[in-house]
Design a protein around this ligand. Structure first.
Ligand code: THU
Length: 144
């Protein structure tokens, strides 16, 4: 799958965002190693901390369908009344969820428009991530 297709899927997913409190609509499209794509949007709650981000919606959908190997995610966000015009970097909680399932070369695609985006490796987005290896006392140097 082309990066452009994943970006388009993230834009489409953003249209489903449920954001009555922040008005900030986010869409994500997660590419699995088998070529399948799972999309997600943010879903807010009147109890604000119960909100789930678009990226985690996509991961939870994919993992709950048995997927464990992931290649890339496109994330796009902006006020719901506007078209995205700046990168929407994943929040810290979403980065930690990525650390659970993604290796250092997992790609994070961050569009600042429908036509232009920045691509980061996971190890750039969250250097020295705490992960399952940390619980076993393994060195994280290879992930920095
Ligand atoms: N949000 C996401 O969906 N993903 C992120 O990585 C950052 C924040 C959502 C949560 C909330 O609904 C809104 O953006 C404002 O924080």
């Amino acid at each position: 799958m082309e990066q452009k297709e994943l970006v388009q899927a993230a834009f489409a997913a953003r249209r489903q965002a449920y954001v009555p409190y922040s008005g900030f609509a986010v869409g994500a499209a997660l590419l699995c190693a088998d070529g399948s794509v799972y999309t997600g949007c943010n879903v807010e709650s009147a109890s604000y901390p119960a909100t789930i981000c678009a990226e985690r919606t996509a991961f939870v959908k994919a993992v709950s369908e048995g997927k464990r190997d992931f290649t890339a995610i496109a994330v796009v966000g902006a006020q719901e009344t506007e078209d995205p015009h700046a990168a929407c970097p994943p929040c810290g909680i979403c980065r930690q969820v990525m650390a659970e399932f993604c290796g250092p070369d997992f790609q994070i695609i961050l569009p600042d428009s429908a036509e232009h985006w920045t691509v980061l490796r996971f190890c750039e987005l969250l250097p020295m991530a705490f992960g399952s290896g940390s619980l076993k006392g393994e060195s994280q140097h290879e992930n920095v």
